[in-house]
Design a protein around this ligand. Sequence first.
Ligand SMILES: Cc1cc2nc3c(=O)[nH]c(=O)nc-3n(C[C@H](O)[C@H](O)[C@H](O)COP(=O)(O)O)c2cc1C
Length: 393
Amino acid sequence: MLKGKTVILGVTGGIAAYKSATLVSRLKNLGADVWVVMTAEATKLVGPLTFRTLSGNPVITDLFAEEIAGLPVPHITLAKKADLLVIAPCTANVIGKMAHGLADDALTTIALAATAPKLLAPAMNCEMWRNRGVQENLKKLKDQAIKFVGPVEGKLACGDDDIGRMAEPETILEEVVRWLGGSDDLKGKHILVTAGGTREAIDPVRYIANHSSGKMGYALAEAARARGATVTLIAANVDRPAPLDIKPVKVGSAAEMLGVVMDNQGKADAIIMAAAVGDFKVKNQKSKVKKNAGKIDLELEENADIIATVAKQKGKKGRKLIGFALETEDLIQNAKLKMKNKGLDLIVANGPDTFGSEQATVSIINQAGKVENLPKLPKSEIANRILDAVLRL
Ligand SMILES: Cc1cc2nc3c(=O)[nH]c(=O)nc-3n(C[C@H](O)[C@H](O)[C@H](O)COP(=O)(O)O)c2cc1C
């Protein structure tokens, strides 16, 4: 599954370092070329020989070593070679250094030099994890599209039963496989995805919204990126971690979403509109509505139709437009009508029970009227099925 992929595994000075030995052997079993880079503190907890034996490659512990396996300037050569940099366990210290662009050892230097996606599995004492400085550093890294797996709750080395345990090697492996295990069939393609639900202001403190969580859109963005696409993800009010290697462009209202979509649509080979966009906005929205008004009447006016507006743009040659239809009755019939009226190439039909759930039951409908009814599946799997259908267009 990971044949031909190079994974750099950074191991830092956390007590969970011993678990990374399992991760190395599982990665090797799946065919990955694994290079372990250890911090000096990590070598006090686990011997480099363990990782050297399991990975079959020299272990990098010293930035100034004269030569490592014939690699010229090893830290840069390795950084360039990597398809993914995983740091597990990742200490508060390394999180802090990466957040501030510091590079005082082999691992942090490689982390700065590598342009490959980065997946970090933090592990530390619960109070260290809750520390404001650590949380601020995490936020900085999340803003750089660095992805985190864990920490999880459970028994900590200090005896507390709390948050801070490193995610299990199997969970980390699943993330790695999700990222590297797919094909590269979208390489060279630019895919624009919208996600989440727009908010329309009633007044400066209140809004009209919908239940969209953004999970489907985020799953689509992550799957497309994992399959080699360049992804623009436009997210309306989504409260979830950014997908690996993607920095969402955040918007609030339908009008804002329209603006950002229009700015980016020209370069897209496929535009997948998974966001739930409010059909209406409040007309003459003014200062805060007072409670003692007794009764208020909200006058609503239609928002611009984003898909229809994009459909009218010329766009890139061969561009495909994919929409979602959420209907409470006559789902397939209404979805087909929407596809026709809006000039879509493909439509994904689903019911309201999909909101916020990890799994969904959807139908994928093409212009020829062919309906592919999928069983209830995780959204990550649905995302890949939709991308398969896009490739068949
Ligand atoms: C036994 C032991 C276990 C430790 N476990 C952790 C840990 O899980 N997470 C963490 O952030 N720091 C942990 N520390 C503290 C780090 O080792 C320390 O901050 C060190 O400077 C980290 O260096 P590094 O980030 O370069 O590996 C531990 C220290 C000791 C002595």
